[in-house]
Design a protein around this ligand. Structure first.
Ligand code: GLP
Length: 247
């Protein structure tokens, strides 16, 4: 395949622009669905996977057998807030793909017992048979989902505090920094590693350092995305800018 290379257990696919990157990502999702009676797909929010979701929505494929799990969710936003990941996923995936809303699972930030919400979410993932393909983005500080630098490599789905850097990075979706939540529920790094296949999408020059550290640096909590090196079936889909620091 043009622009791709095989690197240990990490397959790297490079594409020049968002549209061709979205096509390559959609192909991988459709491959995962093929032949599985009840596929389970993990989905990330953020700008990186949007071209993939647009590509899926532009096709005529049937997603009625799929169960979906979000990677993470903010805590502290009102129910139905436009920037809650439940709403983002409704706009970007559930509606465009014509899904039954009940097939999209998101950690519950309105739970009275937030410290138990993570374990409950993991029970739902297990009951669905585990995640076949987990789509991921990467933070410019190397975060994966909302696992910030310092997160344990075997961490589970839990309540977490967001770093100032991540809140500033996500400020673009809110009116001001004060409006960006300070807490979240996130799948843990150990949870993510249990998915049978991982697809990391990185777009733009501001992700280049984080992507290079994640794929070629030491496996360390200081770069949560470096856990990808511990998984046996990873595809990294990057545009030329994000891949610019990789050989
Ligand atoms: N919680 C999300 C992550 O799940 C996402 O993958 C990442 C990158 O986002 P983007 O693709 O918009 O750069 O940061 C956000 O904070």
């Amino acid at each position: 395949m043009a622009g791709s290379l095989q690197r240990s257990s990490i397959r790297m696919i490079r594409r020049a622009d968002a549209a061709t990157l979205g096509q390559a990502g959609a192909d991988l999702v459709l491959e995962t669905l093929a032949g599985r009676p009840a596929p389970v797909i993990g989905v990330a929010t953020g700008s990186s996977p949007s071209p993939l979701y647009k590509e899926l929505a532009g096709g005529t494929d049937d997603f009625s057998s799929v169960t979906w799990f979000a990677l993470d969710e903010y805590v502290g936003l009102a129910r139905g807030h436009a920037q809650s990941y439940a709403e983002v996923l409704r706009r970007e995936i559930v509606e465009p793909l014509g899904l039954d809303p009940a097939t999209m699972h998101v950690p519950d930030p309105h739970s009275e017992k937030l410290d138990e919400a993570g374990a409950r979410y993991e029970q739902r993932i297990a009951a669905a048979g585990g995640i076949d393909l987990q789509i991921l983005g990467i933070g410019r500080n190397g975060h994966l989902a909302f696992n910030e630098p310092g997160a344990a490599l075997d961490s589970r789905t839990r309540l977490e505090t967001l770093t100032e850097d991540t809140r500033r990075a996500n400020q673009r979706f809110f009116d001001s920094l004060e409006d960006v939540p300070t807490h979240c529920l996130t799948q843990g790094l150990g949870t993510i590693l249990e998915a049978r296949q991982l697809l990391l999408i990185a777009r733009g020059r501001e992700k280049a350092e984080a992507l290079a550290r994640a794929l070629t640096g030491p496996v360390t909590p200081e770069c949560p995305a470096s856990v990808l090196q511990l998984h046996g079936n990873v595809t990294v889909l990057a545009d030329d800018a994000a891949a610019s620091l990789l050989a």
